[in-house]
Write a protein that binds this ligand. Sequence first.
Ligand code: SAH
Length: 382
Amino acid sequence: MNDGIAKQNLLDLDRDGLERFFVETLDEKRFRAHQVMKWIYHRHVTDFELMTDIGKTLRGKLQQHAQVLPPNVVFEKPSTDGTHKWLLGMDGGNAIETVLIPDKGRGTLCVSSQVGCGLNCQFCSTATQGFNRNLSTAEIIGQVWVAAKHLGNVPHFQRKLTNVVMMGMGEPLLNFDNVVRAMNIMRDDLGFGLANKRVTLSTAGLVPQIDRLSEESDVSLAVSLHAPTDELRTELVPLNKKYPIAVLMAACVRYAQRKPRTSITFEYTMMKGVNDQPEHARGLAALMRKLDAKVQRTNTAKVNLIPFNPFPGTRFERSDETDIRAFQTLLLEAGVLTMVRRTRGDDIDAACGQLKGQVLDRTRRQADFRRKLEAQGVSDAA
Ligand code: SAH
């Protein structure tokens, strides 16, 4: 027994934290922490008894003081296009979703940072579920661990996890410390060994935290913009009231200045008749060009157009293909690097903005949303 002290879940610690735990709590050498990380992240071993290059005494100490506790897979669902979705049980009925998107030799994992989300972006299905809590570091890195272990068992060419995007449920910058720690493990050679530019954090635009991120981490940044004017953006992303476009773009300029080699991706969800007209494309192009000019570097700003993914009860529709192409062409002609994201996994509700999980809401949003749906005669709200 360990005198009733809770065992440390080693998935909650990045390399620094784990070294400290080995030195201070276990009275062991730091390199032992490295051996254990390799077992956990390279070989997916959670049982200390199976860690054969670690002596019996240390294995005993680990049993007493520590555990490796990945999230519990409630169910998993493969999509016809190769996308794979996991529902991971958290605690007391909460669950979150993680999605793996294989594509031409790449495997991108879309990772959640919170149970639900508090930001209430009008076109996002997670928002309708309200918010419960932040995920722990173990619950965030555990999503990568579960997917990597799954891929280890898949006997064909898709055995690769090459990219992680923090674009699942939640606002990652509102769970700053746990997200940064988990992203440290993703990029650590003793962890998942991903290159900095292959780990992307997507934010709805929390300005102070964008500044803090530029000081504390080297991951890629994606900013959810969705509109070129404050009037429209405030309607779609209420956070815009607090950090309007000019303030957000100034933070992006500071970020790009501090990271001389990286670009910033601006996500723009295309909603029919809402934000997909030529005037919006021209406004967006102007914002992007202004950023490049201020940073004095071409192609610092990149645009990622995301066709809107519908969910029950939403008032929005996906833009027409022709409008999306015209929008892209206008941006390209203005010299802005612009991609259209291919929609993946929508047959299993695994596309952007469709992740729901199971949120025990602490706000009143779920109840309000259900009432709204009932008023519209939509019945599959739960
Ligand atoms: N909170 C973070 C990350 C989560 S969402 C953020 O706001 O960036 C990841 C991306 O999917 C964001 O750009 C988000 O705006 C977009 N998105 C949300 N709902 C969507 C929907 N229904 N269809 C398409 N994209 C959506």
